[in-house]
Design a protein around this ligand. Structure first.
Ligand code: ZN
Length: 258
C-alpha cells in the first residue's frame, strides 16, 4: 500500500484519570497504549478522547479517518448524538470501525447494529481462551488456533448483536461461558469489527496477540471505496425513444387538470 492508513483511536479516557488501579496500568490512557502497540510504518495514528471539544471527533478529524477504534464504558450517554451521526455516516461511506470491549454498549455500535448489544458479565479476573474460528481471515493472520488471556472480565452469550457477517473468535471463559469475542459486520461500504478483550483493570492492551489482532483488523477495515449518500437524479446513458404518453413526475408539483 502506497498511502498510509489514517487511524483514529477514540477512548472515553475517564477510568484512567479516576481509578487508581487503571491509572497504574495505563498512565497515559488505553488509547496511548494501543497507539504504541500497533504503531507501524503504514499507519498514521492519532487519538481522540471524550472530554476534548466535540470528543476530538470534529468534522475534519472524522473526514480524514480511514479506520476508527472505539473504547467506551461508563459514559456512553455523554457522547453527543451529533458526533455519533457523523461517525455513522462515515462508516456507511466506507470508513472502518473497530469496537473494543465495553464499546459493545456505545451509541455508535448500537446505531450501526440496530440491536440491544446486551451481554452477560462477571468480573473475577478469570482466564479466557480465544479460539480462532476463521484461520483464513485477514484479522487472524499470525494468530494460532487459539490464544489465552490470564485475566479478563467474562462476557457471555447471549450477545444481542445481529448475526455477524463473519465470526472470527469464540471466547471461552474459565467459569464456563462462551462469547462471540470477534465478530465482523458490513454496514453500507464500511467494515466493522467487534473485539471483546480489553477490560480496563487488566493489562490486556499490552498483550501481543491482542495487539496483532487489532493491527490486522485496522488493515482489513481500511476503506476500499468512499461513496457519499447523494441519491442523484441522472441523465440516461442511452438515447430513450420518445413515449406518446403523459405521466406525472415524482417530486414535481402539477396543477390538476380541470
Ligand atoms: Zn470491562
Amino acid at each position: 500500500m502506497s498511502q498510509k492508513i489514517n487511524v483514529t483511536i477514540w477512548n472515553e479516557f475517564r477510568h484512567e484519570k479516576e481509578k487508581e488501579a487503571v491509572k497504574k496500568i495505563y498512565p497515559e490512557g488505553m488509547h496511548s497504549a494501543i497507539a504504541k502497540g500497533i504503531a507501524a510504518d503504514d499507519l498514521n495514528i492519532r487519538t481522540a478522547t471524550l472530554d476534548e471539544p466535540e470528543h476530538g471527533l470534529t468534522e475534519e478529524v472524522v473526514e480524514n479517518t480511514d479506520v476508527m477504534l472505539w473504547w467506551g464504558h461508563c459514559h456512553h450517554k455523554d457522547v453527543a448524538d451529533e458526533v455519533v451521526k457523523r461517525v455513522q455516516r462515515r462508516v456507511l461511506e466506507g470508513m472502518g470501525l473497530i469496537v473494543l470491549h465495553s464499546g459493545h454498549y456505545s451509541k455508535i455500535f448500537k446505531a450501526l447494529t440496530g440491536t440491544t448489544c446486551s451481554l452477560k458479565w462477571r468480573e473475577v479476573a478469570e482466564k479466557e481462551r480465544l479460539w480462532n474460528v476463521a484461520p483464513a481471515h485477514p484479522i487472524t493472520q499470525g494468530i494460532g488456533e487459539y490464544f489465552e488471556l490470564p485475566n479478563e472480565e467474562m462476557y457471555g452469550e447471549p450477545f444481542g448483536i445481529p448475526e455477524p457477517d463473519e465470526l472470527i473468535f469464540i471466547g471461552w471463559f474459565e467459569g464456563g461461558e462462551v462469547f462471540r469475542s470477534g465478530a465482523a459486520f458490513r454496514r453500507g461500504n464500511g467494515k466493522i469489527f467487534y473485539f471483546q478483550p480489553g477490560h480496563e483493570t487488566y493489562p490486556v492492551y499490552y498483550n501481543e496477540n491482542v495487539l496483532r489482532v487489532i493491527g490486522n483488523a485496522v488493515r482489513w477495515a481500511a476503506p476500499l471505496v468512499r461513496i457519499k449518500d447523494a441519491a442523484p437524479n441522472v441523465e440516461p446513458l442511452e438515447k430513450i425513444s420518445p413515449k406518446n404518453v403523459s405521466f406525472g413526475k415524482a417530486g414535481v408539483l402539477q396543477t390538476p387538470e380541470l
